[in-house]
Structures are given as C-alpha cells and as structure tokens.
Design a protein around this ligand. Structure first.
Ligand SMILES: NC(=O)C1=CN([C@@H]2O[C@H](COP(=O)(O)OP(=O)(O)OC[C@H]3O[C@@H](n4cnc5c(N)ncnc54)[C@H](OP(=O)(O)O)[C@@H]3O)[C@@H](O)[C@H]2O)C=CC1
Ligand SMILES: O=C1O[C@H](COP(=O)(O)O)[C@@H](O)[C@H](O)[C@H]1O
Length: 606
C-alpha cells in the first residue's frame, strides 16, 4: 500500500547492426502475443530471442562467451569489469549494502530532515507527503525526525495540522492509516527562524543535538524548498549554524538554478563558498519519475533497442509536456521565468540527455553524468528560427470560464512571458547528426500528459508498400514512452489483420504499467529523497550539466527578452499555437500527440 503524493495520476553506429539476424538469435520457440484487440493470442508461433547483449556488444557471439557473461549485470560490460551493485528498490531497507552500510548501522545513526520553507507550496504538496509515504513503507531510518523551518509563526500543533491535510492514503486502510499518520506527525517539529540568521539556525542545531544526543552519528539533510533568491543566504546560515559534527550534512537544492548562464555562475559560485559539491543534491524531479529512470534500462538492457538508437533508424524524437491547467496561484513566480526556464531547460533537456547519451562506463553516478554532459555539449546552438513561443488566453468551455494568463492578478499587465514553447534541437555528433529532437511544453492545453515519441524511418524497399495507404508516415514504427499519466511503453508495429485476405493495420506492442504491475508507482520525490539519504547522485544534476544547459538556452532567452518577441496567443484548453505545427513541418515531422489524440486518456478532443 502506498500514499497519494501526486495527482492520480552506444556505441556509435554499432558494427553488430550489420550482422545477419541469425547471428543475434539464440533460440527459437514459444508463442508470442500481440496486444491488439483484433489479434488474439496465437496458439503456435515462434519467438526469436536475442543473444545476450553483453556478448553482442563485445562482438563475440559464440555460445561460450555468451554463457560466460550470463551472471553479470547487463551493463557490466563497458568499463573495468567491476560489478555494479544491484539496487533493490523494493527492499524494505534501501540499498544499504550497495553503499557498504549494514542495516544495523543504518538504524544506529540519527537522521534529521529539515525542510526549509516548510510553510510553502512544494513542501505541503510534495515533500511532506513523500516523507510520509517513505515512513509508511519503512524506508526511513528508525531514528529520524523532521523539522519544518520557516519565518511564519506557527505552534508545533499548527504546523502538524498544516501538513496533515496534505497526507493521504492511496488505498484506505482505516485505523491503521490513521495510526501511522499519527506516529509520523509526532516526529514532525517546527522551528521558526529567519533565513539569513546563523543564530536561528544555531537554535535549531541545539534542538537537533539534544534530540539526537544518544547517537554515535547524527546525519542532517536540508531541503531548500524556498525561492532561489534566498538559496545562498540559507546555505550560508545553515552550514555555519547547523551542520552536523558527527555525520553527513547534505543539502537538496530545488530549481531554478539561475535565469541564464551569468546568474547560474553567480549562484553556483556563491553556493560553493558554503557547500562542497559532495554535499549538494540539485534536484530535477523528472529524473525521479519511474519511466525516466527506466529509460537507460530500456536502452542498455535490451538488445532490440540500442542498435536502432541512432540517425540510421530514427527519423525524429519528440519530448512533449502538456498541462491542462494554467499558472493559477504561481503566476508571480512563473512570470519571472516562463515555460522555457520552468520546463524545457531542465526537465525536457534532462530527458533528451539521458535518451541521447552514449553508453556510460558503468551505472555509477559520475559515469552517467559524464555522458550526459558530453551529449549536452554536442548540442547545436539554437536559433530563433527553431523556436515558437505562445501564451494562453481566456476561453469559455461549456459555460465554464477559464481565465487567460494575463487575467492572473499576480502577473504584470501586458506580460509577454511564454506559457508555451516548442523548440527544434540538433545534436552534432556521429550518432544523431541531422535528427530533429522536437521539444514542446505548454500550460493550459487540452490534456495533461508527458511523453517521449521516437519515430523510426520508413522500411527501405517495403514489400507491403501498396498495402499501407497513402500516408506512409503513419505506417512507420513509433516507440512511445508515456511518462504520465497512465505510464506505459508501447511500440507501434504493422501487423496483418487476421483472416484470409492480406490487410495490414497499425497495432501496438503494449506495456501499460497498470495492467502489468500491481504496485502503485512511487512519486518522484519519494525516490529522490531516498537517494539523498543513501548518498546516490545518479538522478541529481551536476554543476557542469547545468552550465552546458544554460549555454544552450541563454542566447534564445536573451533574444526573446531583448527583442520583446510577442508570444502567439492560444485559447485555454486548445492544442497550442499553430506555429508549433509549422516548426515540426519544417523538419517533415508531425507531433505524435496531435496526430494520435486517442492515445491520451481524458482527451476530449477540443
Ligand atoms: N511549487 C511547485 O510546484 C514547485 C516548486 N519548485 C521550486 O521549489 C521551491 C519552493 O517552491 P514553493 O514552495 O512553490 O515556494 P513558495 O513561494 O511557496 O515559498 C516557500 C516559502 O518560502 C518563504 N518565502 C516565499 N517568498 C519569500 C521571499 N521573497 N523571501 C523570503 N522567504 C520567502 C515562505 O515562507 P515563510 O514566509 O513562512 O518564511 C514560503 O512559504 C522554489 O525554488 C520553486 O521554484 C520546483 C518545482 C515545483
Ligand atoms: O517543475 C515543475 O513541474 C511541474 C510539473 O510537474 P509534474 O510532476 O506534475 O508533471 C510544473 O507544473 C511546474 O510549472 C514546474 O515548475
């Protein structure tokens, strides 16, 4: 049982690609089922099993080599041969052994989690509910305490009831849930204080020390859930007044990390005066989403994908973020940033980096982040010809009035801040040369979904060409990784419609998570907070990644602001500005979420 913490939600051109299919095949057997209502399970059939990825990747297809590699993890090839510790996300106690820790020690150390900005939106909406879910699932060390820290005056009771309202059980388990919630709340304490005050953080330190006194080691985590303008003040005051003297002190820093290259450098230098790189965990919660963490598994643990992962087979890649609500309540923050800084420069770019990077030497955080930086640095500087910006306007739908962006009281009159942006991105390396990566993000659109769409090239000399109708693009394979809602991975394939005739249709090999897996998915913040406790930085962003990301986006952000480029207006609840279609069409692409509206649950085709 879990808790509701969010809305319901290579190698370069691989020589092995040239090998005949038989060289990859290990055995031939077993019925294969296609996930199409029209295609019932076959009684007899065959399945071609790929040889072990390890053996193929080293170019050794002999059975001897293949079997000798069987025991190793799928990614243990590339590097020194050192085995990668296996992370068991389902273990009650997190992957302690992977970090050389024993469960016994884990429970010996005290852990204090300080949520700075505890009175704010993110703390209530995500941080406390995620901590509660971890607590309920037994994923927090026995001796842990949560401290809320903010300027607001609140008694401990008021603080607890402000949190309580946002905690909920995913599946009601009645009294048990209430009891667990009560126990959790009793570990929550509140400390009022100023963000710049070393003395106030000192008072908190004293309280923590009194409480943790009996423990040999006392670890502290600070979650900076505050506006970026005060990140440095808090880092300075907390590190001076409230660092642990017998354990680790780690700091989680929320986005946005600056507004452009210059402000990012300033922030980064200022923070580095108070915190070491080791202590800092720069969060991008999209990296904590289940389907994003699975991206590398999909690519590197399956032979059927990685050899196709290049310009040779992929026509274009689309990364789409769509929200069906506006900036309601966050207009003040949003107007200073806009959708490019809010979503594209971080969440979507991080997805592209993970998607397009070369295989890392190992699964160690630094090896993964090295590859992400490399691919980010290969990206071509964007020009305004490849950018479309939009802003939503008011609209009445079925008698219900939806205010436009400018109707938000917290938004300055006449603001030209984009609430929608579409961008074509190119990667100048051997793997991706010429492949358009189309990124699109918008608020107040027709539906809420986030997905990656990989459109493959046409089959050369296709024998079935005349059976596919005029629109050959519709018949090309498409791999869709639906990040949310209704998480799924599906591959569109052409298939013979069963019967005596020869008719083809496009159907799906479908892995819809809720049909395949029983467990509800953890919220991204749960996973990420647990990783901070474990000291696992794989899903956190390194400074040089951000530097590369900002150098990519700063020129267009400056141009939009200096030239005061007006956004194209689009009606609330629509599919966004028409300009986005022209941008895609310029590269011979159609947005997959528009061409296939039926693939989005809750779509009402406005
Ligand atoms: N909310 C969200 O959905 C998301 C937020 N983020 C990021 O997380 C961080 C926190 O976001 P959120 O909770 O929305 O922020 P809030 O605006 O709600 O601020 C959090 C707390 O900080 C204090 N505060 C607010 N403004 C100021 C100020 N100008 N000077 C000093 N203190 C201030 C307030 O506490 P008090 O007055 O009690 O001290 C407030 O409760 C931000 O960096 C944001 O960009 C990232 C992703 C999503
Ligand atoms: O970081 C942000 O993300 C949210 C969307 O997050 P999701 O997990 O609900 O998809 C977005 O609404 C917000 O504007 C942005 O700051």
């Amino acid at each position: 049982m879990r808790f509701l913490t969010s809305p319901p939600s290579g190698s370069h051109w691989c020589p092995t690609q040239l090998l005949p299919v038989q060289a990859h095949a290990r055995n031939v057997l077993i019925p294969l089922r296609l996930a199409s209502p029209e295609a019932p399970a076959a009684r007899i059939g065959f399945r071609v099993q790929a040889a072990d990825p390890v053996a193929v990747a080293v170019g050794a297809d002999t059975p001897e080599v293949a079997s000798s590699s069987n025991g190793a993890g799928p990614l243990s090839t590339g590097g020194s041969g050192a085995s990668v510790p296996e992370v068991d996300r389902n273990a009650k106690i997190p992957n302690l052994q992977a970090y050389g820790l024993e469960p016994e020690n884990w429970n010996k150390a005290a852990l204090s989690i300080v949520v700075v900005g505890a009175s704010g939106d993110l703390a209530k909406k995500k941080i406390f509910p995620s901590l509660f879910a971890l607590y309920h699932d037994g994923m927090l060390p026995k001796n842990f305490t949560i401290y809320g820290y903010a300027r607001s005056k609140m008694s401990e009771e008021e603080f607890r009831s402000s949190i309580e309202g946002s905690l909920g059980c995913r599946l009601a388990d009645g009294a048990k849930c209430e009891e667990t919630m009560g126990n959790f709340l009793s570990t929550c304490r509140y400390q009022q204080g100023q963000y710049k005050s070393v003395d106030d953080f000192g008072k908190l330190s004293k309280r923590i020390a009194e409480h943790d006194g009996g423990h040999e080691r006392a670890n502290r985590i600070f979650y900076l859930s505050i506006p970026p303008s005060i990140f440095t003040d808090v880092a300075a005051a907390a590190s001076e007044g409230c660092s642990s003297d017998s354990g680790f002190t780690r700091v989680i820093v929320e986005k946005p990390f600056g507004r452009d290259s210059e402000s990012f450098q300033e922030l980064s230098q200022a923070l580095s005066r108070h915190l070491t790189e080791d202590q800092m965990f720069r969060i991008d919660h999209y990296l904590g989403k289940e389907l994003i963490e699975n991206l590398t598994v999909l690519r590197f643990a399956n032979l059927v994908f990685e050899p196709l992962w290049s310009r040779n087979y992929i026509r274009n890649v689309q990364v789409i973020f769509s929200e069906d609500f506006g900036t309601e309540g966050r207009g003040g923050y949003f107007d200073n940033y806009g959708i490019i800084r809010d979503v594209l420069q971080n969440h979507l770019l991080q997805i592209v980096a993970l998607f397009a990077m070369e295989p890392p030497v190992s699964l160690e955080a630094e090896d993964i982040r090295n590859e992400k930086v490399k691919v980010l640095r290969c990206m071509k500087t964007m020009s305004m010809d490849d950018v479309v910006v939009g802003q939503y306007r008011a609209r009445s739908i079925g008698g219900e009035h939806h205010p436009g962006y400018l109707d938000d009281e917290t938004v300055p009159a006449g603001s030209i801040c984009p609430t929608f942006a579409a961008i074509a991105l190119f990667i100048n390396n051997a793997r991706w040369d010429g492949v358009p990566f189309l990124l699109k993000a918008g608020k107040a659109l027709h539906s809420r979904h986030a997905e990656i769409r990989v459109q493959f090239r046409h089959v050369p000399g296709n024998l079935y060409r005349n059976k596919m109708g005029l629109d050959l693009d519709r018949a090309t394979n498409e791999l869709v990784i639906r990040i949310q809602p209704n998480e799924a991975i599906y591959l569109k394939v052409n298939n013979k419609v069963p019967g005596l005739g020869l008719k083809l249709d496009v159907t799906k090999l479908d892995l819809t998570y809720k049909s395949r897996y029983n467990n509800p998915l953890p919220d991204a913040y749960e996973r990420l907070i647990l990783d901070v406790i474990n000291g696992d930085k794989r899903l956190f962003i390194r400074n040089d990644e951000l530097e590369a990301a900002w150098s990519l986006f700063t020129p267009i952000l400056k141009e939009i602001e200096e030239k005061q480029i007006s956004p194209e207006l689009y009606p609330y609840g629509s599919r966004g500005p028409v300009g986005a279609h022209y941008l895609a069409a310029k590269y011979g692409v159609r947005w997959g979420d528009i061409v296939n509206p039926d693939e989005h649950e809750g779509d009402d085709d406005k």
